[in-house]
Ligand binder design. Structure first.
Ligand code: TRP
Length: 323
């Protein structure tokens, strides 16, 4: 069966300290999509990070790109761009701010979440306009598929809607993008498995963690005293991780759980080993990549992809009468 190459675009915010939840939810999906030979463009979206993280931005951008490459994205095949280096993103975003009503932005769940706790007048404009910059990222490259996690679905729908409205009003310029939800299960906090594993979670497994650190964190993961009628959140989370990192052991542990003969210490030991084994080569590669190499990747990626961004933006301008 022949499958057509699809244009894929996705971005991650360089906010520092990646953990396995970010890796599984985004980067690993990118590698898979690249390996299914799509036309991928991946972005370190520093202007998105700027809405909330103004410290160490440059260093975080470089380190994030290192992780992306160390995990298997090949910048020769899939450009890895630094968003701020392609000014077409912000230019197109400005055009969208002039076309989109505020109401569309106020209803975004992410905006509602991110502004909680901030005094009304103090919420940054960028936080509200965020989805328009994201729409620009996607639409500039005539993207067909956007791999993201569930929390970003609404933003992709907005981007699609912006493309449809623009095409109807000004003539067809944009491809209408579709979301591709990450297949990876949400990795929950080991300490509080009702919450997502996050950067502020001291027990989150960082991509940089040593074997000892991984062990200490997994050993502290909450379980329950014994298998009950319904699997506890903590055990569900550990099983989800086993399924990803040591799928060959899953059936056996499930059987043991059912028979109530499982020893959680064995589950944790195997998981510790499997995560360590998975991360080790990625960490080794990460430590070999220099900042200079990343700057070169950003430069070469920009060069490769800039003509497409310029073409789209000039069609947009032409359609709306910007000379
Ligand atoms: N908003 C996304 C996030 O927080 C990151 C992002 C920015 C993105 N631009 C994008 C994702 C374009 C996909 C496509 O995860």
């Amino acid at each position: 069966m022949e499958t057509k190459k699809q244009r894929v675009f996705s971005g991650i915010r360089p906010t520092g300290g990646l953990h396995i939840g970010n890796y599984l939810g985004s980067i690993k999906q990118w590698v898979d999509l690249q390996d299914q030979s799509n036309d991928c463009v991946f972005a370190v979206v520093d202007y998105h990070a700027l809405t909330t993280h103004q410290e160490n931005l440059g260093k975080n951008s470089i380190n994030l790109a290192k992780w992306v490459i160390a995990s298997g994205v090949d910048p020769q095949k899939s450009p890895i761009i630094l968003q701020s280096q392609i000014s077409e993103h912000t230019e197109l975003a400005w055009i969208f701010t002039c076309l989109e009503p505020l109401g569309e932005l106020y209803r975004m769940t992410q905006f509602k979440e991110k502004k909680t706790g901030i005094k009304e007048g103090a919420v940054k404009t960028g936080l509200l306009a965020y989805p328009l910059l994201m729409a620009a990222d996607i639409l500039l490259y005539q993207t067909e598929i956007v791999p993201v996690g569930e929390d970003q679905k609404q933003h992709i729908e907005l981007a699609r809607n912006i493309a449809q409205k623009f095409n109807r009003k000004f003539g067809k310029v944009f491809t209408e993008p579709k979301v591709r939800l990450s297949e990876a299960p949400k990795v929950m906090s080991l300490k509080n498995p009702k919450k997502k594993m996050s950067k502020t979670d001291t027990n989150g497994i960082a991509l940089l963690d040593s074997a000892e650190q991984i062990k200490a964190k997994i050993m502290l993961a909450v379980t329950d005293s014994a298998p009950g009628n319904e699997m506890s959140q903590g055990i569900k989370n550990l099983f989800a991780l086993i399924k990803i990192f040591a799928p060959e052991l899953l059936a056996n542990f499930e059987k043991e759980y059912e028979n109530k003969t499982i020893k959680y210490i064995d589950l944790k030991t195997e998981l510790t080993l499997a995560i360590g084994k998975h991360l080790q080569p990625i960490q080794a590669k990460y430590s070999q990549i220099s900042a200079g190499e990343i700057l070169n990747v950003f430069r070469a990626s920009r060069e490769k992809i800039l003509p497409l961004a310029q073409k789209t933006l000039s069609e947009v301008k032409k359609a709306i009468g910007i000379l």
